[in-house]
Design a protein around this ligand. Structure first.
Ligand code: PMP
Length: 407
């Protein structure tokens, strides 16, 4: 992996911010787009733009081929058995909402249980809260350790024969920790429960094999892995997708329509009512091609090394707290500086061209666990370098100096 060649594919990185070269350390929120993806969108709109599935004309056929071709690429990317297990959604949030709405109603009775953890992103928490309320199920949490992680022993104790669904992130967007999802899947299955893995932070960084993990559902967002916003994937084992009713009804998803009764297509198309996210899916296909050409193993190694380098440098700063365990960390590091609000940290860093995120990271329960209102987070991707982290450290020392001078 030649980092200069990789960086050259990302036009946005060439700019200056406040007169300083841009150091983009916010890819966990949204990743930048390479020319290959921008060109794929341009090509589609300049040459093939038409609605899919219903047209017999040439552009309609080309658009359909490109859209369905992207489904095949997404299936290959996570090693699904078939492209029929790939539902295109707006992103992780809408993918989880679909399962929480539809699968919960298919399998949960009053008194059944849904098990998640307090580490989850709000997008993997609120949908289950709502679903549990709707069917009278109990929402249970695997307890967290002081460092914010959970143990498999505690998972074993929380999951029971009444548990119908378990949901957790593959990699936490706050801790950067990779959860033992394969073992968790085995525990869930032992109790007859299905498992959903929120892959928003894993699909961009590591090779994912849904068959190897033996997960029932896996969700991810295109925009965090170099694709456009507005496209994501719900992977579901075909038999489970077949048990789910659509959550949206209308054009495209139907088989036969009568005045009072209608029937729908098979999965995945029954879940894609209305004109689908055609350009987004094509952009996702181009992003997958781009990432696979570099190699997911190379990307994982690069991101892991960079994360370790950042942790090692940050650990040397007096008064800086890093959240989460030292091991199993991938792609990001979340921290706080004594006495300085993370919004102030992020603002001063921005003055040095360094973009990090500050806030609760859509994880308020986890923030409360740490008794922190907010934290700062630096996240890394294939276009970042050790020099980027050196610039972060330089800007961080300037931040400390600035706030020391105020005292
Ligand atoms: N889960 C995790 C772990 C995330 O990091 C995010 C995005 N921050 C989401 C879910 C939601 O993804 P999206 O906003 O793309 O739907």
């Amino acid at each position: 992996m030649n980092i200069s060649d990789v960086r050259a594919q990302f036009p946005i990185l060439k700019q200056k911010v406040h007169g300083q070269p841009l150091v983009y350390l916010d890819s966990a929120a949204s990743a930048q787009k390479p020319v290959q993806v921008i060109e794929a969108l341009k090509h589609y709109y300049e040459n093939d733009n038409a609605n899919v599935h219903r047209g017999v004309h040439t552009l309609g056929a080309r658009a359909t081929d490109a859209y369905e071709g992207a489904r095949v690429k997404a299936a290959r990317f996570i090693h699904a058995k078939s492209e029929r297990e790939i539902v295109f959604t707006r992103g992780t949030t809408s993918a989880i909402n679909l399962v929480a709405y539809s699968y919960t109603r298919a399998v949960c009775q009053e008194g059944d249980e849904i098990v998640i953890s307090a580490m989850e992103h709000h997008s993997n928490l609120l949908p289950w809260q709502q679903a549990a309320k709707a069917v009278g199920a109990q929402l249970k949490y695997i307890p967290l350790q002081p460092d914010g992680t959970f143990t498999l022993e505690d998972a074993e104790r929380t999951i029971t024969s009444r548990t119908k669904i378990v949901a957790t992130s593959h990699i936490s967007n706050v801790l950067g920790v990779a959860n033992p999802v394969k073992q968790l899947a085995a525990i869930a299955h032992k109790h007859g429960a299905a498992i959903l893995i929120d892959g928003a932070q894993s699909a961009p960084h590591i090779k994912v094999d849904v068959q190897e993990l033996d997960c029932d559902f896996y969700t991810f967002s295109g925009h965090k892995m170099c694709a456009p916003t507005g496209i994501g994937v719900l992977y579901g084992k075909k038999a489970l997708l077949d048990r789910m009713e659509p959550a949206e009804f209308g054009g495209e998803m139907i088989d036969h329509v009568d005045l009072h009764h209608s029937s729908w297509k098979e999965a995945p198309w029954k879940f894609e009512g209305g004109t689908p996210i055609i350009a987004g899916a094509i952009g996702l296909g181009a992003a997958i091609d781009f990432l696979e050409e570099i190699g997911m193993d190379n990307i994982a190694e690069h991101d892991r090394k960079l994360t370790a380098y950042a942790v090692e440098r940050l650990n040397r700063v007096d008064g800086l707290t890093i959240y989460g365990p030292e091991d199993r960390r991938m792609g990001l590091v979340t921290f706080n500086l004594n006495d300085v609000h993370p919004h102030d940290v992020a603002t001063v860093l921005d003055n040095y061209g360094v973009a990090v995120r500050a806030g609760h990271h859509c994880c308020q329960p986890l923030m409360r666990h740490f008794q922190a209102a907010a934290t700062a987070r630096a996240s890394f991707y294939l276009y970042n370098t050790e020099e980027d982290i050196d610039r972060l450290m330089f800007a961080l020392h300037k931040t400390i100096q600035y706030f020391d001078d105020q005292e």
